[in-house]
Write a protein that binds this ligand. Structure first.
Ligand code: FNR
Length: 369
């Protein structure tokens, strides 16, 4: 359909499903095992209700914010999703160019199909980029990659910590992998790539399962970028990340693609914010909590922020938006978020992101806390 018939982010998903080759659809849409967590990511938001306030003069509302200190026109960032070229010939560049036009922050995936430098070259001056890191068994490769990224102006490093082994995404595994993705070869020290277990496993054999807390000081020694752990699920680990002096955490289950029956990020948020409050005043300018997974509506974003998130990551919704429409689709997705944010903020009774407080939501439908 023509792009002006797209009304919400679900529409992009339906279009992507209709036009993508089966292998690409399987890789993008799949989640692990019985796909319980991916459904829960959506369902959790539907158990949170608003407590809207009235008569607060919402003639002017502003949804811009800062993420790790960097300006963002939306309280949403583009989370790392691998293999953009499976969905569209321009791959990740669709995201970079749209983000540059609209002042949105993109997290570049280690397993991008475009090369890292191609992506950075597509950014406009002053555009903020973050980097998602899968840590290589060969730490020299990782060190070169991280230091190159810092030299090229990347502002933050999101180390993925929920994937010492890639999940069994069975839809993807049923598709045999033929390497036409063009994923940058630089990560792959391992020549014995398994090609019979789907795309995800074929491209991930370099990831080091021995990664541990002991490596954190090393990361701090090789870079001055903010370091954030992507894939935290418990107050125990959130406190460890804080005590290791990191810049933040992402409450994420990798879009349901890793441990199935892991809880949703937004459900974990309340307990984790409560734990961090034991370390001092909250919000704490030196430590950010992000949430991703299942975000398809501005109302989801506003709920997570009201419960204590600094900003929210979006994976699939932005990927799906470029499959049929390229860069224009991503820009439309930003526009949809903007329209929904404006309306929802007015209806909740808030004029800015920092007015979002926990009294504006009823989260009693989440698990006991
Ligand atoms: C991902 N995600 C991901 N995360 C990461 O740290 N490294 C990666 O390479 C990828 N690749 C990837 C590919 C695809 C196709 C998907 C759908 C997801 C996870 C991603 O960053 C984010 O955590 C989730 O996508 C958030 O959930 P939603 O927004 O997709 O529901």
């Amino acid at each position: 359909p023509p792009i002006d018939e797209i009304v919400n982010l679900h529409d992009f998903e339906a279009v992507a499903k209709a036009i993508l080759p089966p292998k690409a659809w399987a890789y993008y849409s799949s989640a692990s095992d019985d796909e319980i967590t991916i459904r829960e990511n959506r369902a959790a938001y539907q158990r949170i209700w608003f407590r809207p306030r009235i008569l607060r003069d919402v003639s002017v509302v502003n949804w811009s914010t800062t993420i790790l200190g960097y300006k963002s026109s939306l309280p949403v960032y583009i989370s790392a999703t691998a293999l953009g070229k499976l969905g569209h010939p321009d791959g990740e560049l669709n995201l970079t160019r749209a983000a540059g036009k609209h002042g949105v922050i993109q997290m570049i995936p280690t397993l991008a199909s475009c090369s890292f430098d191609e992506i950075v070259d597509a950014a406009v001056p002053g555009q903020t980029l973050f980097l998602q890191l899968y840590v290589n068994r060969d730490r020299e490769i990782t060190k070169r990659y991280v230091q190159h990224a810092e030299k090229r102006g990347v502002k933050a490093l999101f180390i993925t910590v929920d994937a010492p082994q890639l999940g069994r995404r069975e839809k993807d595994m049923r598709m045999k992998f033929v390497d036409e993705s063009g994923v940058a070869k630089v990560q792959d020290g391992d020549k014995n790539v398994k090609k019979d277990e789907g795309v995800a496993r074929a491209i991930s054999s370099f990831i080091d399962p021995s990664l541990s807390w002991k490596d954190i000081p090393w990361f701090k020694s090789i870079t001055n970028m903010h370091i954030v752990l992507k894939g935290v699920a418990t107050p125990e680990d959130a406190l460890m990340a804080y005590d290791y002096g990191l810049a933040g955490i992402v409450l994420s289950n990798h879009g349901g693609r890793q441990l199935d029956t892991a809880r949703s990020g937004v459900e974990n948020l309340i307990d984790i914010v409560a734990a961090l409050k034991t370390r001092g005043p909250w919000p704490n300018p030196r430590f950010a909590i992000f949430v991703d997974g299942g975000v398809r509506r501005a109302s989801d974003v506003l709920k997570a922020i009201a419960l204590g998130a600094s900003a929210v990551g979006v994976g699939r919704a932005f990927m799906y938006s470029f499959c049929a429409y390229g860069q224009e689709g991503v820009q439309k997705a930003f526009q949809i978020f903007r329209d929904e944010l404006e309306m929802n903020m007015r209806l909740i009774g808030v004029r800015s992101i920092d007015e979002l407080t926990s009294d504006l939501v009823d989260a009693s439908g989440l698990h006991a806390h």
